[in-house]
Design a binder for this molecule. Structure first.
Ligand code: HEC
Length: 398
């Protein structure tokens, strides 16, 4: 019952997190586009202090948007702020992290083959990791590095690369990915709370007093918002990455995270330029080519010297292994009390079921040590090698 309830909490907060994430990133994409697409306004608007305007049509209506050089003469009654999208995305993400990776630390966060942490130690390490990432970033922002956008970008990239490596030493591969993503998300939400919001409050109060706002605040906010902009695509990649063990469970999963994250940030650069009227499709072509190169570099080879010569390993023996090591969870009525229903909707009790799941897919998750999950069912290395060999043969015959 407890596991069943946890699943519902997980469903609810994952759903909530995706909704708020769409609202946050969607608004952020929209405003970056808006800002870069503004056109020169007619004179009568310029006289009112409007620096750029834009016409759009959406949902059956015309919209006229104007951006002020400084601010309107009089504060409007309602000013929309767009901050709760960021805060609720962080909060729901943090709750989800807790439900999936901290309540389920023994399954999803701890990898005893890397570091045999106890559950409280693993949770403390996770929280410490988030805090350290955030503190290092905020610290860097307070060094002269902040005056050089490109150098800052390079240093931030290196810091995240180190973070990925460290996370992989501490946690399971999945846990490592999600913690690097959570550090980025925390940095982004912190940028809104500690940089962008104070700058906007300064702007509003200056306009109210009829003074000119402090440009330093605005520039600082701009730097933070640029970082957020480049972090969006890498964070989205990490959010979906836990469906792809071929990436995160790879021997060099930590480096793949950095490579794909870097490619994603580079691809974002194309959109930033395009909004400004600079079209450089070559950036997207290079990004796609790099991604294809990564895919080719990690393409599975017939590794683990499959043991086809093991004549004695019959279908019956293979099924017996799957029955005892996989069907504790992947069955109509799982015996593992952590899983009230077959995870991923996958049943592995009969040959037909294994075949319809796909021999290659099954082989992939066993080969990378992703399954059995946290090896809760205690699969031995010999069983692993034998079953991978058997699956390779089956796969060839398909
Ligand atoms: C302790 C329970 C447990 C055991 C034992 C287990 N699994 Fe899983 N399996 C899971 C869970 C939980 C998921 C869903 C993971 C996720 O959300 O990424 C899963 C997902 C999968 C997937 C889908 C992965 C994907 O994202 O495409 C496959 C394939 C799979 N398991 C195969 C196996 C095989 C083969 C075995 C035996 C060698 C096995 N599992 C043993 C819990 C288990």
């Amino acid at each position: 019952m407890e596991a069943y309830l946890t699943d519902w909490f997980s469903l609810f907060f994952r759903w909530f997190h995706v909704i708020t994430g769409i609202a946050w990133i969607g608004a952020s994409f929209y405003f970056v586009w808006l800002d870069n697409s503004l056109e020169e306004p007619p004179q009568w608007k310029k006289d009112k202090g409007i620096k750029g305007d834009l016409w759009a049509i959406h949902g059956g209506g015309f919209y006229e948007v104007a951006k002020y050089q400084l601010g309107p003469e009089k504060m409007p009654q309602h000013l929309h702020w767009f901050k709760w999208e960021a805060y609720t995305t962080w909060l729901t993400g943090f709750i989800l992290l807790w439900i999936v990776y901290y309540l389920g630390a023994d399954r999803y966060l701890i990898d005893a083959t890397k570091l045999a942490l106890s559950v409280p130690e693993a949770i403390a390490a996770g929280l410490g990791f988030l805090l350290a990432g955030f503190v290092i970033y905020e610290g860097l922002l307070r060094t002269p590095l902040r005056n050089n956008g490109i150098a800052f970008g390079v240093v931030l990239f290196l810091v995240l690369a180190v973070a990925s490596y460290v996370a992989h030493m501490l946690f399971s591969a999945r846990g490592a990915y999600i913690h690097v993503g959570a550090v980025m998300g925390t940095i982004m939400a912190g940028n809104v709370l500690f940089g962008i919001m104070p700058a906007q409050r300064g702007l509003v109060s200056a306009v109210e007093k009829g003074e000119s706002p402090d440009p330093a605040l605005g520039e600082f906010a701009k730097l933070r918002s640029t970082h957020n902009n480049y972090l969006t695509l890498p964070v989205l990649f990490i959010m979906i990455s836990n469906h792809y063990p071929m990436v995160y469970a790879h021997e060099y999963g930590w480096a793949l995270l950095i490579a794909i994250g870097g490619i994603a940030a580079f691809a974002r650069h194309f959109f930033n330029l395009r909004h400004k009227g600079v079209s450089k499709p070559i950036i997207l072509v290079i990004s796609a080519a790099l991604l294809a190169a990564v895919a080719a570099a990690i393409a599975p080879t017939s590794s683990r010297e499959a043991m086809p010569s093991d004549e004695g390993f019959t279908d019956a023996k293979a099924l017996a292994v799957l029955q005892s090591r996989c069907a504790t969870c992947h069955a109509a009525t799982p015996t593992d009390d952590m899983f009230p229903a077959a995870p991923a909707g996958l049943f592995l009790e009969t040959l037909e079921q294994v075949e319809s799941a796909g021999f290659a897919r099954i082989k992939g998750v066993i080969e990378t040590n992703y399954m059995p999950l946290a090896n809760r069912s205690g699969m031995t290395d010999e069983e692993r090698a034998a079953i991978v060999g058997w699956l390779s043969e089956k796969g060839n015959g398909q």
